[in-house]
Structures are given as structure tokens and as C-alpha cells.
Design a protein around this ligand. Structure first.
Ligand code: ZN
Length: 342
């Protein structure tokens, strides 16, 4: 069996959104320590490359990219209230996108069955012409477009388990039936979108699946939702590729999220997606770091998912009936919203 690919680089430390900002360089620092301790026999470290401007413009307007490029001349520039750049941010953003594309290339070439791009800043809130929520470029959306354009992919699943709704990713593919966007997120919460009746439009109607969850959901609730909604919807779609917006802010220790997921929960969620990838996607699945703001929780959760990529047999998925009961009305309503499309 070939080894998972892991993208990480010191350069990702250089994006500095200001003192006290939760999306801080230390997030990558702890992951550099983690990956330096990985067994080199078991994982393949992939050096990132910078995305080209043409690749960025798959999902962003040229004027917007030029605006971001111009921030390289400013010590600090506020793109919105919480999305702040420094002189290095534009370059780091290009390297974040390029790092993910590097991983996709490696998986497409069969060098790695799967992998994890440990990059920053995150991307899933970034809109075509607007930065928001710590995000400049929508890395996962650009990755999906890249797969379509470079490898002719026709069915791509994007699973977004970050605690926040990935409004930018939803927006990018809202009318596109080739990308099934599935999001679990705390609701109502930032950024405000992600209600269950947001299902896509036009040819893309039915290809956006929002699973808005009440605060306080923990492993049992997430695994029930994955078992009852995510896995069956994903399997029916039969994706050629699975891309995962892996945010670790649903962790119980996270200062921004209000959920109760543990390392074991993330590993079990990863295992369930890996099994869908085995069945549908010729094992092709790529994880991308989004949020996650408690350093120990982030480090341990990434370690748990990296372990799942390599050895999922040791991970148990235990479904809890009482958690199923609590969420059953919500799960049933979402099933009803989507059953007419499939
Ligand atoms: Zn988040």
C-alpha cells in the first residue's frame, strides 16, 4: 500500500493577521512539529508550489486578485474586519492553494492514495470577489475546479465539516451539478448561511446539502449524521473524487466553536469518508485544513486523521442510539428536503 501525502511548509508561518488573531502562525507551528515526528516510512511529505494566477482565477475575479496582490505593499491591510493581511499574505495564499493542487496532482498520478494539505490561511468563506472570515482564496473550490479542468473530473464531493458554514464554497458551485457540496455546521452561527433549504439552484438544484446542527453536538451526533445523511448521499452521488474541508473548530476545546467533537470523532468521520472513497472514488480523497483554533486540539485531531489515512482498521465507529433519537427529527427533515432529487 502506498503512503498518504502530506503538504506542509515553513512558509505558511509568514501570514500574520495581527496580534491576538486566532488564525495565527502557531497553528502551523504545532503541525510542523507533528509532521517532523511522523515516521518517514509511512507518509510522504510533499513540498508545495505556488498556484498560478490563472489557477486562482478559476474561482476569483481578476480585479479581486489584483487587490490582494496590492496588499503585498502594505504592512497591514484589512480586507474585512477579521481578514487582515501582511506583506507576505498574498504569497502565502498562493502557496496554500498551490499546496493543495500539489496534493491533488500526487493523488491523480497514483503516487499517494490520499493525503492532507496542512496549509493556512483557510479558504471556505472566500467568495469570488470578497475575502471574509480569515479567508482570501477559496482553496477547496479552486481544487475542485482544477480537477474538472485538468483531469476532466465530472463528479466531485466536497465534504465540509468545519464548525462554520462554507458559504464561499457553496456559492462557487451553487448552480453546478458536478460538485456535491455537503456541509455540517453549527447553526445559526457565523456566517449566517447554511439553512437546510439552501439546496442549490438551476442545474445545481439538489447538489448543495446543508446539515445545520444545534450547538452542543458531540461525536455521537456527528457520527449519526454521517451515517444517516452524509454517507448515503455521498454514495448515491458516486464521486470520482472526495475533497474534505477539514476544520477542527467543532472540537470541544475550540474557543470559536460550540460543539463537542473529540479527536476520536474526527478520526471516525475520516474513516467513514475513506470508506466511501474506497467504494466510489478509487480511493481518491484529499483533506484540506480549514479552521481549528485550540493548538492542542488541532495538533491531536490532525494526528488522528493522519493516522486514519494510513490505518483505519484500528478506528472504531460506534453509533449511539440516544444521539440518533435527539437528532432524528432534523435528520428526517433533511432527508425529506433531498429525497426528491435522488
Ligand atoms: Zn471554522
Amino acid at each position: 500500500m502506498k503512503n498518504p501525502g502530506v503538504v506542509i511548509d515553513q512558509e505558511y508561518l509568514k501570514h500574520q493577521p495581527g496580534d491576538g488573531h486566532p488564525e495565527r502562525p502557531e497553528r502551523i507551528q504545532v503541525l510542523l512539529q507533528l509532521t517532523q515526528a511522523l515516521d518517514a516510512q509511512k507518509y510522504i511529505l510533499l513540498p508545495p508550489k505556488s498556484a498560478t494566477r490563472a489557477e486562482i482565477e478559476f474561482c476569483h475575479g481578476a480585479d479581486y486578485v489584483s487587490l490582494l496582490e496590492s496588499t503585498s505593499k502594505e504592512n497591514q491591510y484589512a480586507l474585512d474586519g477579521d481578514t487582515i493581511t501582511c506583506r507576505d499574505s498574498f504569497g502565502v495564499g498562493l502557496l496554500a492553494v498551490g499546496g493543495f493542487l500539489r496534493l491533488l496532482d500526487a493523488i491523480a498520478a497514483g503516487e499517494n492514495p490520499n493525503g492532507f494539505a496542512l496549509v493556512r490561511p483557510p479558504g471556505h468563506h472566500a467568495l469570488r470577489n470578497r475575502a471574509m472570515g480569515f479567508c482570501m482564496f477559496n482553496t477547496i473550490a479552486i481544487g475542485a475546479e482544477y480537477l474538472k479542468r485538468t483531469y476532466g473530473a465530472k463528479r466531485i464531493l466536497i465534504m465540509d465539516w468545519d464548525v462554520h458554514h462554507g458559504n464561499g464554497t457553496q456559492d462557487a458551485f451553487y448552480e453546478d451539478p458536478s460538485v456535491l457540496y455537503v456541509s455540517t455546521h453549527q447553526f445559526p452561527y457565523y456566517p449566517g448561511s447554511g439553512a437546510m433549504d439552501e439546496v442549490g439552484a438551476g442545474a445545481g438544484e439538489g447538489y448543495t446539502v446543508n446539515i445545520p446542527l444545534p450547538a452542543g453536538c458531540a461525536d455521537a451526533e456527528y457520527l449519526r449524521v454521517f451515517n444517516d445523511l452524509v454517507v448515503p448521499l455521498a454514495a448515491k452521488f458516486a464521486p470520482e473524487w472526495i475533497l474534505v474541508s477539514a476544520g477542527f473548530d467543532p472540537h470541544r476545546r475550540d474557543p470559536l466553536g460550540g460543539m463537542g467533537v473529540t479527536e476520536e470523532g474526527f478520526a471516525a468521520m475520516a474513516k467513514m469518508l475513506l470508506e466511501v472513497a474506497d467504494q466510489c472514488s478509487d480511493r481518491r480523497i484529499a483533506f484540506l485544513l480549514e479552521g481549528g483554533y485550540d493548538l492542542a486540539a488541532l495538533r491531536n485531531s490532525v494526528a488522528a486523521v493522519l493516522n486514519a489515512l494510513r490505518d483505519r482498521e484500528s478506528i472504531s465507529v460506534q453509533l449511539n442510539e440516544s444521539a440518533g433519537e435527539r437528532l432524528q427529527p432534523l435528520i428526517r427533515r433533511i432527508q425529506q428536503v433531498h429525497e426528491k432529487y435522488r
